[in-house]
Design a protein around this ligand. Sequence first.
Ligand code: COA
Length: 158
Amino acid sequence: MRPDDIEAVVNVARVSFPDHFEDQACFENRLALYPRGCFVLADDGPAKGYLIAYPWRDASAPPLNTVIEGLPAEPTLIYLHDLALHPEARGGGVTGAIVERLADQATEDGWPAIALVAVNDAARFWSRHGFEPVEAEGMAEKLASYGDDARYMVRPLA
Ligand SMILES: CC(C)(COP(=O)(O)OP(=O)(O)OC[C@H]1O[C@@H](n2cnc3c(N)ncnc32)[C@H](O)[C@@H]1OP(=O)(O)O)[C@@H](O)C(=O)NCCC(=O)NCCS
């Protein structure tokens, strides 16, 4: 992902997460903080999908629609903030490729796990990519802004 992809990324986010809106500033913020974890699905035209991930603490998730000042001083894993495809790009089997690319990169970088908050009823989708629900203490309050169906899930890395 590059700064000039952000507009298309925000458009994909808007149709993909109608109940979890995040401002353009949040996307610019994450790209500036950790470009290594930001990817787009694109050919010559505008991006049709994106993945955003960055170092974070376990048993924790940033509140939605929040610009963060910096990455945690002592991160313990990679947090997968968003994966979304424009509806026209779905069903093409590209999600496995980008999730595995992130997992390979995170493993190489020495991270022990990737964590995420599953929304949109996507827990089953994430299970197929190696994530398991984890009941972490205090998580219910931290997930309040994510909606009732939010589940914290973790994929351990080799
Ligand atoms: C999640 C997303 C990236 C998957 O893209 P995709 O190209 O459809 O993914 P795949 O083709 O690899 O997998 C599709 C499978 O996952 C299932 N799936 C995908 N998203 C799902 C969701 N939100 N809830 C339940 N199942 C979902 C589909 O039903 C399909 O199942 P099938 O293979 O048994 O038919 C895409 O649906 C999307 O952008 N959704 C909106 C954003 C979102 O919900 N992101 C994840 C939340 S954290």
